[in-house]
Design a protein. Structure first.
Length: 246
């Protein structure tokens, strides 16, 4: 399957048409932005890591009953996905206070919640992705009540599965952002990516940040952090290079 015309270029990915009208190719870039594009940079090797990590996690989520856009990994940076129209909601699940939650409510980072929280923001760069609730999303006709129910159910399921999975890698899943899409028949599936760009990962023992916060907050060691998460993931899968001498 090869790339035809480019349909879209986002901050971290490009999307291409294919000869099959129901399939797209996404291509992951090393470009990184933060604060709605105000901060720009490059994270060497990020595209390769995010592509592979996202694909591994989506395949695992499928096995746990969460449908996704994933079809097949084509190369280091490129993946064949089902064509979806993205529901313009960023769906954020939090297990521990951090980032905009800590700032908004004036609390420290690191408070472990009794139960995960969910919040939505309106995916709209011009408006800076404003926070909204279910009623606002319905008023703006961003999704139907049934779609929002499905999205919430899948999002909490993703949290359950990923939290346990990362714990096994000695990583605390602090929070993450998901995006969902509609297939041509209206079915809701998980889309976009799941990566250190879209999740907060803290080392369980040291609390060290292993995600894009290293870039957002100029903490250094950005590339190393992405590689460390990938190393733990592939170690678990037994996907070590086959030509490696023991
Ligand atoms: P926040 O605390 O800044 O709201 O971020 C919550 C989670 O969402 C965090 O894991 C990072 C992720 N995220 C994105 O994937 N894209 C974004 O544009 C933002 C602001 C956050
Ligand atoms: N990628 C997002 C942006 O540029 C923000 C982020 O992930 O912090 O706005």
């Amino acid at each position: 399957m090869e790339k035809l015309q480019q349909l879209y270029e986002g901050k971290a990915k490009k999307v291409y048409a294919t000869a099959d009208e129901n399939l797209y190719i996404v291509s992951y870039k090393d470009d990184a932005t933060a604060f709605n594009g105000l901060k720009k940079g490059t994270i060497a090797g990020k595209g390769v890591i995010n592509n592979r990590m996202s694909n591994m996690l989506m395949q695992m989520l499928e096995q746990h009953g969460v449908p996704t856009h994933f079809v097949r990994e084509l190369s280091d940076r490129e993946t064949l996905v089902k064509k979806v129209s993205i529901v313009p909601l960023e769906v954020i699940i939090r297990n521990i206070s951090a980032g905009s939650f800590a700032k908004r409510y004036g609390v420290e980072e690191g408070i472990v919640f009794d139960a995960p929280t969910i919040e939505f923001s309106y995916k709209n760069d011009d408006l800076g992705d404003p926070l909204l609730n279910r009623y606002h999303a319905l008023a703006l006709k961003l999704a139907t009540p049934e779609e929002i129910d499905t999205i919430e159910r899948y999002a909490f399921k993703v949290n359950e599965v990923l939290k346990a999975y990362f714990l096994d890698l000695n990583i605390t899943l602090v929070d993450f952002k998901l995006e969902f899409g509609r297939l041509p028949d209206g079915t809701i599936v998980l889309a976009d990516e799941i990566s250190p760009d879209t999740c907060r990962f803290w080392d369980k023992d040291t609390g060290e940040k292993l995600d894009k916060d290293r870039f957002r907050r100029d903490l250094g060691g950005v590339e190393d952090a992405y590689q460390e998460v990938m190393r733990r993931l592939t170690g678990k899968q037994g996907n070590r290079p086959t030509n490696r001498r023991e």
